[in-house]
Design a protein around this ligand. Structure first.
Ligand code: PLP
Length: 404
């Protein structure tokens, strides 16, 4: 597998060897239940306390504001269900946006169906970003929670969460603001005070940490009803015997991410820029999705639509050619529906089926981009030649999405 090229870091990242080393001690030797009384257990407890302090300091929070969870999906769910349940007396209006991860959108849909929430879903612009004024305009007196993602997993669009939080709080001081910072945390770093949010979601496996370990930051005083109860762990906010090794790994990963952020950003931007500039030149009838202004885009994220092909078929051919990539979010890969993110941005559904996402990481090199640029154009050409649908002039509604 040595020659394979991995371009799917938004889906998951390879664990850093230093993370794995830090975890092994807690899998092999310090495996005791942190809630027990004896000295070995207390060492495990101390490791969790240390991990909590590292995570808190990395995002500008207090240790007691950090709730460890099993990952991004659980943190999103806890934030939404927890705030809505704890705020019933004040209202049940919940605002989110159309391009959120399904962990947020499906939770909203279920709560709406069950009558536990009245949901407003705000739209996005052609670049996938949310307009803070649109969010603010949706806020009502009975709004209890607003959840807008910091950066989108499919098209890398970065939202101005600080502005959104400021405007929401100005309209309704009681409304809580949550952001899913799963994709932004590693590339940009997040500070809960700079963002002005009440709740924030992180997951370890997007920044070279372990899978199955996440964080929900909940500012002190945030109304939050626990969704898993029993053992009283995490100060009664999330029960379950802690996965010490995973939490130690998560903390080590966040420490490393902070230490090498500048270098990571420069590296990822270089690869991203080259691919974004070159791919539409080498493939006719292709275009960039997501912000073209790279200040509004996660470093390392490059996403495209290619007319008259199926993204899934291209991915299979790329896989055979040694390149691992994605058509959107990992969870929509394999489904026949076009991406909800692209459709919300206004991409015609038929064109959205030809979407591809390449996300770079620490181990990628310029040679990886060169290889992709070498193998992809002939694959597209071959697929178009085989297609039962003739490759014709693109319909008028494709044109804004394709490079001229
Ligand atoms: C934006 C976003 N939120 C939430 C998640 C879910 O995180 P996890 O896989 O840790 O449950 C993901 C993972 O793809 C994501 O990209």
């Amino acid at each position: 597998m040595a020659d394979r090229i991995y371009l799917d870091h938004a889906s998951t990242t390879p664990p850093d060897p230093r993370v794995v080393d830090a975890m092994l001690t807690y899998l092999r030797e310090r495996w005791y239940n942190p809630s027990s009384i004896y000295v070995e257990a207390q060492q495990a407890r101390a490791a969790i306390n240390d991990a909590r302090a590292v995570v808190a300091s990395a995002i500008g929070a207090l240790p007691e504001e950090i709730i460890f969870t099993s990952g991004g999906s659980e943190s999103d769910s806890l934030a939404i269900r927890g705030v809505l349940e704890a705020s019933k007396a004040r209202g049940r209006h919940f605002i989110t946006c159309a391009v959120e991860h399904h962990a947020v959108l499906d939770t909203a849909e279920q709560l709406g169906r069950d009558g536990a929430a009245e949901v407003t879903i705000v739209g996005v612009g052609m670049d996938g970003r949310v307009d803070p004024a649109v969010v603010a305009a949706a806020v009502r007196d009975d709004t209890v929670l607003v959840s807008i993602m910091h950066a989108n997993n499919e098209v890398g669009a970065i939202n101005d969460i600080a502005e959104i939080a400021k405007r929401v709080h100005a309209r309704n001081a009681h409304a809580m603001v949550h952001t899913d910072a799963v994709q932004s945390a590693s590339h940009m770093g997040v500070n809960v005070h700079a963002l002005g949010v009440d709740l924030l979601t992180l997951t370890g496996h997007k920044f070279y940490g372990p899978r199955g370990a996440g964080v929900l930051y909940a500012r002190s005083g945030t109304p939050l009803a626990p969704q898993i109860i029993g053992g009283g762990q995490e100060k009664d906010r999330r029960a379950g015997t802690e996965n010490t090794a995973a939490l130690v790994g998560l903390a080590e990963a966040i420490r490393i991410a902070a230490a090498q952020r500048e270098a990571d950003i420069i590296h990822e931007r270089t690869l991203q820029q080259r691919l974004i500039e070159e791919l539409p030149k080498r493939i006719p009838l292709a275009g960039i999705t997501g912000p073209r202004n790279l200040d509004h885009r996660l470093p390392g994220s490059a996403s495209f639509v290619i007319a008259f092909v199926e993204g899934e078929s291209i991915l299979l051919a790329l896989d055979l050619a040694g390149v691992a990539a994605s058509s959107g979010s990992a969870c929509t890969t394999g489904s026949v529906e076009p991406s909800h993110v692209l459709v919300a941005m206004g991409v015609p559904p038929a064109l959205a089926r030809g979407s591809l996402r390449f996300t770079f990481g620490r181990q990628n090199t310029e040679a990886d981009v060169d290889r992709l640029l070498e193998v992809l154009p002939p694959i597209v050409q071959r697929m178009r030649a085989l297609s039962p649908m003739p490759v014709t002039e693109p319909p008028a509604d494709y044109l804004p999405w394709l490079a001229s």
